[in-house]
Design a protein around this ligand. Structure first.
Ligand code: ATP
Ligand code: MG
Length: 459
């Protein structure tokens, strides 16, 4: 039997009803905040991620699905390379195809491609490629789609998972740098979680400052780590050299006491960043969005500046972050684009669904009616009635005239219908239908003209 690949999963009803409810709520809310959808490709040039997310991050250093692609034209039966994170590819027997230089960037033949591990980099690439800065206004873009990371699968952590994200990005003259945008995004997220009915969330807030602050902070971390790093995990020893900020991401329990005592980022913010963060907090206070300052929350991607945040949920165990985001003022320039400050977030949709389910929230979309034809000859009449009702907004299931009445009742019960509507010769003739409420057994005769309204009363 062929099974779904480890770390991927099939989403099935009734869960998908909840996924759809979340996505419908999200689309409706984003429209009210004047966001518009963007859809970017599922795979991109590998460099897009190594240059934006950062070489030393977990995502780029160990979690990406990367492969060498090559022009297929005239490939002469050479086999494609599989998904490897290494370099080079097999085959190469095609006339003139040969090997690329092993990295896939040279030679014009091979190219290193990667399944997107996140979507902000793709959005910023599209912003640059389509010169969206020329529009002169803020771009408010959102996406919903699958992302891919080669992680150890566990509850709330998958190799194909889904993110719902949004970005506000644009030239500074359009107000993209304003702390008002940070506060607006955070208020929007709080409203979204409220509208979905989720209660047990906490907003963890921090500022990681600007590039200059972080350089000074990194140096302070390096100094503080020097005497103790030898006792820490191998990842921390490497990070302490290459990117000390990443030490704060460490999840190894034995390292935590050391990390607790490291210098705090707040002591290294310059006046402008300090003032910026104070303004964001003041606006959140004004609008009544509660938050907790968490100075260790530096986020696992290198491109963040100033405001960073996560919303966590108490019922998710080790994978407690439902969403994460922050400001990324230098990201566009690092991808050779124009200056385009921005702020965004990504909701882990899989984890959001788990959190909703943990709070007992389901998508309520009960079936209004089961239409039961009495005898095969009644099938066309039943179809016609079902068509009328469905066009009038009734959620209806249609039975089969070969079913005996008892079987129709059982089928209606199984389908979760509120009412069963019997379609026999007399009913069609008299334009009046017997409607039975399955829960109570209550039965009524309803005229065809009133039937849709009668059945829709349940919602
Ligand atoms: P974590 O610390 O849990 O690994 P992260 O910092 O790597 O999260 P981000 O890159 O910030 O995650 O992505 C934003 C959100 O996407 C996370 O808060 C989480 O809800 C979700 N997410 C990230 N990785 C996965 C995954 N492998 N499976 C399911 N959801 C994920
Ligand atoms: Mg991660």
């Amino acid at each position: 039997m062929i099974k779904a690949i480890r770390g991927t999963r099939d989403l099935l009803p009734p869960d998908t009803d909840l996924w759809n409810r979340v996505e419908a709520t999200v689309r409706d809310l984003f429209a009210r905040y004047s966001f518009h959808e963007i859809r970017t490709p599922v795979f991109e040039d590998t460099q897009l991620f190594s240059r934006s997310v950062g070489e030393d991050t977990d995502i780029v250093s160990k979690e990406m699905f990367t492969w060498e692609d090559r022009a297929r034209a005239g490939s002469g039966g050479a086999s494609d390379a599989g998904l490897t994170s290494g370099s080079g590819f097999g085959g190469g027997s095609a006339p003139g195809a040969g090997f690329a230089d092993g990295t896939g960037y040279g030679g014009g033949r091979g190219q290193s491609l990667t399944l997107r591990p996140e979507n902000t980099a793709g959005v910023v690439r599209a912003y640059i490629e389509h010169q969206l800065d020329k529009v002169g206004k803020l771009q408010k873009l959102y996406y919903i789609g699958p992302q891919f990371r080669r992680e150890r699968p566990q509850k709330g952590r998958y190799r194909q998972f889904y993110q719902i994200g949004a970005e506000i990005i644009g030239p500074s003259s359009a107000g993209s740098e304003s702390p008002a945008r940070d506060a607006e995004v955070l208020e929007m997220l709080a409203t979204l979680l409220d509208e979905l009915g989720l209660r047990g969330w906490t907003l963890q807030l921090n500022s990681v400052g600007c590039a200059a602050d972080r350089a000074r902070y990194n140096q302070a971390l390096r100094d503080a780590l020097k005497p103790v790093v030898a006792t820490m995990c191998a990842d921390c020893q490497r990070r302490a050299e290459t990117n000390p900020l990443r030490v704060l991401d460490c999840k190894v329990p034995e390292d935590q006491p050391i990390i607790e005592n490291l210098p705090k980022i707040s002591e290294y913010l310059d006046d402008a960043c300090r003032e910026n963060f104070a303004q964001v907090r003041a606006m959140l206070d004004a609008v009544g969005v509660p938050y907790t300052i968490n100075e260790r929350m530096v986020r696992g991607l290198d491109y963040y500046t100033r405001t960073t945040f996560e919303f966590t949920h108490g019922d998710l165990g080790a994978q407690s972050a439902v969403l994460g985001g922050g400001r990324y003022d230098g990201l566009s320039e690092s991808l050779d684009g124009p200056k385009a400050p921005g702020i965004g977030f990504a909701i882990g949709e899989d984890r959001l669904i788990l959190a909703l389910q943990a709070e007992g929230i389901t998508a309520d979309a009960p079936l209004d009616a089961y239409i039961a034809p009495l005898g095969e000859g009644m099938n066309p009449h039943a179809l016609k009635l079902a068509s009328e009702l469905r066009r009038a907004g009734v959620r209806a299931d249609l039975g089969d005239g070969t079913f005996r009445l008892k079987k129709s009742f059982e089928a209606a019960e199984k389908a979760g219908a509120k009412y069963i509507v019997i379609v026999g010769g007399n009913e069609v003739q008299s334009e009046t239908f017997t409607v039975k409420e399955l829960g109570t057994g209550k039965q009524e005769l309803v005229a065809r003209a009133n039937l849709a309204e009668y059945l829709r009363r349940s919602h």
